[in-house]
Ligand binder design. Structure first.
Ligand SMILES: C[S@@+](CC[C@H](N)C(=O)[O-])C[C@H]1O[C@@H](n2cnc3c(N)ncnc32)[C@H](O)[C@@H]1O
Length: 192
């Protein structure tokens, strides 16, 4: 068996990337502890808004966001995983206010909201990525980060793959609102 240097590098250094089964991204417990509608309401998403769901997975936030922004609004769902995006397409059906993009980058637009739910810890250079997100906000836009608390919980990625709230706040060096959800996740909004 031949192992290439870049494969060794990937195995040792790369961030943990979720490839698990779809049930882990949408189940009764997740809907109780991370209810997407409540969170979208809390951050103030309204009709006509433009929201980017980066690392959208199977659309746990994307799909409810479509109703919040309405027909005059727009949602762009971005993910690197073809498998996730195919499932999102199946679940969302044809929607005129939804665009699905396979990419590992924010596209060149300015949005009212950029959602980063359980994805920042998977991105290769989280600080650089977060700073790029700020450049893609409209006036009064928000980057919303929801991620695993950096401590052992009964689900989620290994603790050493997680990024703490304090690390995220330090990377951003920006004004923020901290919301309370539960002991599993932190939930912060950075304002443009
Ligand atoms: C744990 S899942 C969370 C999905 C969704 N945000 C949710 O809360 O249900 C993380 C997702 O981020 C995607 N992802 C990881 N790194 C990414 C990157 N650099 N660019 C785009 N998507 C990425 C993965 O493919 C996966 O679908």
């Amino acid at each position: 068996m031949v192992i290439f240097i870049h494969e060794v590098y990937y195995l040792i250094f790369m961030a943990h990337r979720f490839e698990g089964d779809f049930n882990k991204l949408d189940n009764k417990r997740r809907r109780e502890i991370l209810p997407p509608e409540n969170i979208l309401r809390e951050i103030g998403v309204k009709q006509g808004d433009f929201l980017i769901d980066f690392g959208c997975g199977i659309g746990y936030f994307t799909i409810p966001a479509l109703d919040f922004v309405g027909d005059d609004g727009r949602v762009i769902a971005i993910d690197t995983s073809e498998r996730m995006l195919d499932e999102l397409k199946k679940r969302a059906g044809v929607k005129t206010n939804l665009e699905i993009i396979k990419s590992d980058k924010i596209i060149d637009v300015k949005a009212d909201y950029i959602l980063l739910v359980n994805v920042l810890h998977e991105v290769e250079s989280p600080k650089e990525f977060l700073l790029v997100c700020f450049e893609h906000l409209r006036e009064n836009g928000k980057v919303v980060v929801i991620d695993w608390q950096k401590k052992k919980t009964d689900m989620g990625p290994p603790v050493n793959h997680r990024i703490s709230k304090e690390e995220v706040v330090d990377m951003a060096k920006k004004q923020y609102i901290e919301n309370d959800i539960n002991e599993n996740f932190y939930f912060i909004e950075f304002i443009a």
